[in-house]
Design a protein around this ligand. Structure first.
Ligand code: AHR
Length: 495
């Protein structure tokens, strides 16, 4: 019966842990992500903790952010880190040429970023400058950050108020070096990568994972060349995948769209499965022992800038459509956790598919924020095998699976997250979980009245999760009714 959704959950034949870092974030010097978003400065009237707005910090803490990538993005390959250390009044002003040609005062630099990571209790992922920087500059930064002994850079760090080195786990050797990071070919970048990574040192007591710049979405040739040339010299390779409903010139509106656009975005989000499979196949060929990790360190929906917002600031609204697409991505990252060990949504505050939007001292949480909050329990869970027989969700003769799912075994029980892509109708699903009988089910669902419902500064709680009750529980089976256009998360305890 094609109308029945049936899900069977059981243990995987091989245990696989969902790396917490799949729930990572990305914050670039772009628009109002850092300045005016994450950073208002200690002198600000806005209540802050060491320059970080209190409410933003508190909200981000609720997400259990495992890792934060900074300072870019395209900005990384024009950033000279020494501009962002030392007394604030002596830091040079710079122009952010990628994003709006605005002048920045460098008040947010290495120390401020590392403090933010400490406040969030997350790992730091720093993206180094290959495009316009030197190997020496990169080497100095790593020494400044991680060397405990005496040296010019470590002494400078101490002089700037930080005695102990920081624990920096991730270091990116460039960003999008096929584009804004230097317009290189994969062959050329391979050589450049090998050169620069030589100087990313592991000082005593420190172990920095080196990340090579990977492909732009479907560029499998880039993956092939990098894996062939550099696999022994990298811990991970990145991948970027942005979705939209139009092309790069006219990406589509974040809020003004019809059901066709809804369908197209769901289709593009689901394509992440094929995308991951295509790249993982190449990685498997060159690295059958699974040593090189795949980091999808930029992903999300990218829309035309909000009318009235500044060009180059990439400010966009965020609707229930974005929330469902985020749920699909996260489910698929979970399901590919054997190779995908990190993912970083673009971006944390006020830019692209943000968690938080701010206006002066006001702040709102987006539908995507709630998805991250609902999915956080998967972090560190053991992936479960999910066999889904799902009905078709069709529009104009095109078809997609109505549901998308992943599950993990956690300390609290079996954690299940399901997206109902169908914008028109609710979907009933019967779920059988192998193991003991079900003793308890609790869950939440996020949906909305309209396909473009969003949270605004006037109506900040328009889209948020609400409790979801199981319709029926019998033995090892439960039945749920999932609202149309929804993301649901629930935990099942077994006897
Ligand atoms: O996230 C915005 C931009 O998208 C990043 O700076 C760049 O890496 C990508 O093209």
């Amino acid at each position: 019966d094609s109308d029945v959704n049936k899900l069977t959950i059981s243990e995987m034949s091989k245990p696989l842990v969902i790396a917490p870092e799949i729930y990572g974030h990305f914050a670039e010097h772009l628009g109002r992500c850092i300045y005016g978003g994450i950073w208002v400065g200690e002198e600000s009237d806005i209540p802050n903790v060491k320059g970080i707005p209190k409410d933003v910090l508190e909200a981000l803490r609720q997400l259990n952010i495992p890792v934060l990538r900074w300072p870019g993005g395209c900005f990384a390959d024009e950033y000279h880190w020494k501009d962002g250390i030392g007394p604030k009044d002596q830091r040079p002003e710079i122009v952010n040429t990628h994003w709006g040609m605005v002048t920045e005062d460098n008040s947010f630099g290495t120390h401020e970023f590392m403090r933010l990571c400490e406040l969030l209790d997350c790992e730091a992922y720093i993206a180094g400058n290959v495009g316009s920087g030197t190997p020496e500059e990169m080497m100095d930064w790593v020494e400044y950050l991680t060397f405990a002994g005496k040296s010019e850079m470590a002494n400078l760090r101490r002089q700037n108020g930080r005695k102990e080195p920081w624990d920096v786990k991730y270091f990116g050797v460039g960003n999008e070096n096929w584009g804004c990071g230097g317009n290189m070919t994969p062959e050329y970048y391979s050589d450049v990568y090998k050169r620069y990574q030589t100087y990313v040192k592991n000082y005593p007591g420190s172990r920095v994972k080196k990340i090579a710049c990977g492909p732009n979405s479907w560029d499998t040739r880039w993956m092939e060349v990098l894996m062939r040339n550099c696999r022994g010299k990298m811990d991970a390779i990145s991948l970027h995948y942005y979705i939209m409903t139009g092309g790069w010139g006219d990406k589509g509106s974040a809020t003004e769209f019809g059901e066709n656009d809804w369908f197209t975005l769901m289709d593009n989000a689901l394509k992440v499965r094929d995308l991951l499979a295509a790249h993982i196949k190449i990685m498997d060929k060159y690295d059958p022992d699974n040593k090189v990790e795949l980091y999808v360190d930029e992903w999300g929906a990218w829309w035309n800038r909000q009318p009235g917002s500044k060009p180059g600031f990439l400010y966009q609204q965020n609707t229930v459509r974005d929330a469902v697409s985020a749920g699909i991505f996260l489910n698929e990252f979970n399901r590919h956790c054997e190779r995908v060990k990190m993912a970083n949504i673009a971006q944390t505050v006020n830019v692209l598919q943000a968690m938080i939007l701010t206006k002066g001292e006001q702040m709102i949480l987006t539908p995507t924020y709630h998805v991250f909050e609902m999915f956080k329990h998967h972090q560190g869970g053991e992936l479960m095998d999910t066999r889904l027989q799902t009905s078709a969700y069709g529009l104009d003769g095109k078809k997609l699976p109505a549901l998308n799912v992943s599950a993990s075994k956690t300390e609290d029980g079996i954690y299940i997250t399901v997206c109902n892509l169908n914008h028109n109708s609710e979907e009933k699903v019967s779920i059988e979980i192998e193991g003991g009988d079900i003793s308890d089910v609790s869950g939440r669902t996020l949906t909305a009245d309209k396909i473009n419902s969003c949270n605004t500064f006037r109506s900040p709680e328009n889209v948020k999760p609400s409790p979801l009750e199981a319709e029926k529980v019998r033995g090892r089976t439960l039945t749920l009714e999932l609202p149309s256009k929804s993301v649901s998360a629930f935990v099942v305890k077994q006897e």
